[in-house]
Ligand binder design. Structure first.
Ligand code: MEV
Length: 314
C-alpha cells in the first residue's frame, strides 16, 4: 500500500506574542532549519498507530495513548473521516528537529505535516486553509486557546501579518535582508500554561494589560511597514521595545533577559523573547553574516543550548 510524506517548518514570532490572542496583529515567519517530518504508510487493518522515536513514544489504538500523541491520533482520525476512508489503517512516524515547548511552533508543525502526509498517502489534495483548519483541531488540544498564528505560518511557509480569525497576509520584504539568530534557553515552558497565566493577570488588571497588548499590536503594524521599507535598524529598535513590553506583561525570565542582553552587547540590532516566553527561545536581529557569527558566539557563551538562524528577504 502507498506511503505519504509531509513536512512543515518551525516558526518565530517577530512581534505580537500574547497580544495576538486578544485580536491584535502579529508578525511571524518560518524557520526552515527546524522541521517536522511525518511519514504515513497505509494499512488494511483500520488501525491508527503513531510512533515518535525522538521522544520515545508510541500510540497504538486500543492501548493507553501518551498525552503528547493523543491529539495527533484524533487528528489522523479526522483526516481519514474527511476523505471517507474510515477503514484505512495509518502507520504514522513523526520526527522533528523543532525543540518542544520552546515557542517555535513544534505542535503546529507536526499537525500540519501529519495532515499533509495523510493527504499524500491517500493521493488527495487540500487547500492551505483546509490544512490549517484541520491542524487547528490538534493545536487547540496542545494549547487551549491558540490564536492560530503558528498553524498559519507553518502551513504557508512564509512570513505573515496575522490577525486572529482573518486570512493571513504575506509580508513582502524590501531590499534588505533581515537576519535572525534564534537561541534556545533549554527551558521548556508549555504555551498553554503561560497563556493561561496571562489570562489570569489580565483578569486582575485588565486596563494595564490591554494597554500593553494594544502597544504590541500597534508595533506589529509599524514593523510590517519597516520590513516593507527594508530598514533592519528600525526593526531592531521595535524588537527590543517589544521585549521590554513583554517583560511588563510578565512573560520574560532571567534566562531570556540574559540572552537578550548578551545579543545586544555583541552588537545585535535588537533582541526579544519569541513565543509564549518564561523559557523557550529568544531572537536577535543582526546586520550581516559577521554580526551573526559574533552574536551566535555570545549567545552560546551566555548559556544558549541550541541555535538556529532564519532570514527574511524579498
Ligand atoms: C504563539 O506562538 C504564542 C502565543 O501568542 C499564543 C498564541 O498566539 O496562540 C503566546
Amino acid at each position: 500500500m502507498s506511503k505519504g510524506v509531509g513536512e512543515a517548518p518551525g516558526k518565530i514570532l517577530l512581534i505580537g506574542e500574547h497580544s495576538v490572542v486578544y485580536g491584535h496583529p502579529a508578525i511571524a515567519m518560518p524557520v526552515e532549519g527546524a522541521r517536522a517530518r511525518v511519514e504515513v504508510d497505509l494499512a488494511r487493518d483500520g488501525r491508527i498507530e503513531i510512533e515518535a522515536p525522538d521522544i520515545a513514544q508510541r500510540a497504538v489504538e486500543g492501548q493507553p495513548t501518551p498525552a503528547r500523541l493523543a491529539p495527533l491520533q484524533r487528528l489522523a482520525g479526522s483526516v481519514r473521516e474527511l476523505f471517507g476512508e474510515p477503514g484505512v489503517g495509518l502507520r504514522v512516524c513523526v520526527r522533528s528537529s523543532i525543540p518542544v515547548g520552546r515557542g517555535m511552533g513544534s505542535g503546529a508543525a507536526v499537525a500540519v505535516a501529519l495532515v499533509r502526509a495523510i493527504c499524500a498517502a491517500l493521493d488527495r489534495k487540500l487547500a492551505d486553509d483546509q490544512v490549517e483548519e484541520l491542524a487547528m483541531e490538534a493545536e487547540r488540544e496542545f494549547h487551549g486557546t491558540p490564536s492560530g498564528v503558528d498553524v498559519a505560518v507553518t502551513a504557508r511557509r512564509q512570513a505573515v501579518y496575522f490577525v486572529r480569525g482573518r486570512t493571513p497576509q504575506p509580508i513582502a520584504a524590501g531590499e534588505s535582508v533581515f537576519r535572525f539568530v534564534i537561541a534556545d534557553t533549554g527551558i521548556e515552558a508549555p504555551t498553554m500554561a503561560v497563556v493561561e497565566e496571562v489570562r489570569l493577570a489580565r483578569e486582575r488588571d485588565q486596563a494595564r494589560l490591554d494597554a500593553l497588548f494594544w502597544e504590541l499590536g500597534s508595533m506589529a503594524s509599524v514593523a510590517r511597514e519597516i520590513i516593507r521599507c527594508g530598514a533592519p535598524a528600525e526593526m531592531g529598535v521595535c524588537m527590543s521595545h517589544a521585549h521590554a513590553i513583554l517583560k511588563e506583561v510578565g512573560v520574560s525570565s532571567p534566562e531570556l533577559d540574559a540572552l537578550v542582553h548578551a545579543a545586544l552587547s555583541a552588537g545585535a540590532l535588537g533582541a526579544k523573547l519569541s513565543g509564549a516566553g518564561r523559557g523557550g527561545v529568544m531572537i536577535a536581529l543582526v546586520e550581516d553574516t559577521a554580526a551573526e557569527a559574533r552574536v551566535a558566539a555570545a549567545l552560546r557563551d551566555a548559556g544558549a543550548v541550541g541555535l538556529f538562524s532564519a532570514a527574511l528577504s524579498r
